[in-house]
Design a protein around this ligand. Structure first.
Ligand SMILES: NC(=O)c1ccc[n+]([C@@H]2O[C@H](COP(=O)([O-])OP(=O)(O)OC[C@H]3O[C@@H](n4cnc5c(N)ncnc54)[C@H](OP(=O)(O)O)[C@@H]3O)[C@@H](O)[C@H]2O)c1
Length: 320
C-alpha cells in the first residue's frame, strides 16, 4: 500500500533535497522490499505556482498548500494527507531572524501532527534541528536560531509524537559560501582583493556538509525507520579550517583570498553595519561561527548516529 510522506520546506534547500532524492531513489529502485518505493511525496509550499514548486511537481511530487504560521492550514493539511511520515524544517532568516516566529512554526506543526486524525496513520517524524549551544564545554547563550530549535525539540519530546521522532542535526552548508547573505563568503574589497572574515582562528575547524546530500541521509533513515526512532543523527561531511576553504577556493577560481580573524564583537558589528542584519540576528550568527573556535564537535557530540557511519560518497568541499 502506498504511504504518504509530507515534506515541509520542499521548495527550499533542505526539503528540496529530501524531495528530489526520494523521487530519484524511487525511480531507480526496483526492489519490492525497499521502503522508498512505498512513498508518495506531498511537497508543502505556501505557493504551489512558484517556479520551484512547479519543478517539484514536474519531478513527480504532489504539491500541497499550507503555512506553518497558520495552524488551521496545518490541521487541514495533516487531516487530509493521511501522513505516514513527516519531514519538518523551520525557517529562520526567512522570517527576518525572528526566533519567536520560528518557534511558533515548529509548535504549530507539532500541534497539528498530534491530532488524533494524524496520529492514526503517522509512523515517523524527522525533525531538522540543531544542538543546544548553551550546554557545551563553552556555552553560547545568544544563538537564537539554535535556542528556538531546542525549544521545539523539547515540545516534540514531550508530545504524543515522541516515540516516533528522529532528530537530524545539520552542520553548516557548503552552499553558504555562495548563498548566505554575505555571512560565509569571501568579500571583494575596494582594491579588488578578496578577504574572508570569520570570528575564529585560521586553524579552527568548522563542520560542513552539502545540503544537497541531506536527502541521501533521509533515505537511509527511511529504509529502517524504527532503528532511528527517538534517536539523534548528526550530519557532517567534513571539517575545514578557513585556510583550507581558501586553498580550494584558489584552486577552483584562481582567486587568492586572504583570511582575517575577528573577535565575535567585531564580526557582529560587521554583520550589522556592512550587511545590515538586525542586532540580535548579527549576534546569533556571530556566535554561531565563533563557537567553532571552542566547540568544533558541537554537531556530532551527544548524538546517537553520525552520517559518516551511515552512508558514503558525501560531497566534499573540493567537490563543491
Ligand atoms: N544554512 C546553514 O548552514 C544551516 C545549517 C543548519 C541548519 N540550518 C537551518 O535551516 C533552516 C532553513 O532551511 P532551508 O535552508 O532549507 O531554507 P530555505 O532554502 O530558505 O527554504 C525555506 C523553505 O521554508 C518554506 N517556508 C518558509 N516559511 C514557511 C511557512 N510559513 N509555511 C510553510 N513553508 C514555509 C519555504 O516554502 P515556500 O516559500 O514554498 O512556502 C521554503 O521551502 C533554518 O532554520 C536554519 O537555521 C541552516
Amino acid at each position: 500500500m502506498a504511504k504518504n510522506f509530507v515534506v515541509f520546506g520542499a521548495t527550499g534547500a533542505q526539503g528540496g533535497s529530501v524531495t528530489l532524492e526520494l523521487l530519484k531513489a524511487r525511480n531507480n529502485n526496483n526492489s519490492n522490499t525497499s521502503n522508498i518505493n512505498k512513498y508518495n511525496i506531498l511537497a508543502v509550499t505556501r505557493n504551489p505556482h512558484s517556479p520551484r514548486a512547479l519543478a517539484l511537481s514536474l519531478a513527480g511530487a504532489t504539491l500541497v498548500r499550507a503555512n506553518t504560521e497558520d495552524v488551521h492550514s496545518l490541521h487541514q493539511l495533516l487531516q487530509d494527507a493521511h501522513a505516514h511520515l513527516i519531514f519538518v524544517v523551520t525557517d529562520f532568516l526567512g522570517v527576518d531572524g525572528d526566533s519567536a516566529r520560528e518557534l511558533q512554526q515548529g509548535l504549530n506543526v507539532i500541534e497539528a501532527a498530534s491530532s488524533p486524525a494524524c496520529l492514526d496513520t503517522l509512523e515517523g517524524v524527522i525533525w531538522s534541528s540543531l544542538p543546544d549551544a548553551r550546554r557545551q564545554p563553552v556555552a553560547y547563550e545568544n544563538m537564537v536560531h539554535f535556542n528556538s530549535k531546542r525549544a521545539i525539540s523539547e515540545r516534540l519530546w514531550s508530545s504524543p509524537l515522541r516515540s516516533k521522532v528522529t532528530e537530524v542535526w545539520l552542520a553548516a552548508y557548503y552552499e553558504n559560501f555562495v548563498n548566505s547573505w554575505g555571512i560565509y563568503e569571501p568579500r571583494k574589497q575596494p582594491d579588488g582583493s578578496y578577504i574572508l572574515q570569520y570570528p575564529i582562528n585560521a586553524d579552527s575547524k568548522i563542520p560542513f556538509m552539502s545540503v544537497v546530500d541531506l536527502g541521501k541521509l533521509i533515505t537511509v533513515i527511511i529504509e529502517d525507520p524504527t532503528k532511528y526512532h527517538t534517536k539523534v543523527v548528526s550530519f557532517v561531511s567534513e571539517w575545514h579550517t578557513p585556510l583550507e576553504l581558501l586553498e580550494s577556493f584558489r584552486k577552483a577560481t584562481g582567486v587568492e583570498a586572504k583570511f582575517q580573524s575577528m573577535t565575535t564583537e567585531q564580526f557582529k558589528q560587521h554583520l550589522e553595519t556592512s550587511l545590515h542584519f538586525p542586532a540580535n540576528v548579527a549576534l546569533s550568527m556571530a556566535e554561531n561561527l565563533s563557537c567553532y573556535r571552542t566547540n568544533p564537535n558541537m554537531i556530532t557530540d551527544y548524538t546517537d548516529y553520525a552520517s559518516k557511519d551511515l552512508l558514503q560518497g558525501l560531497k566534499t568541499w573540493d567537490d563543491f
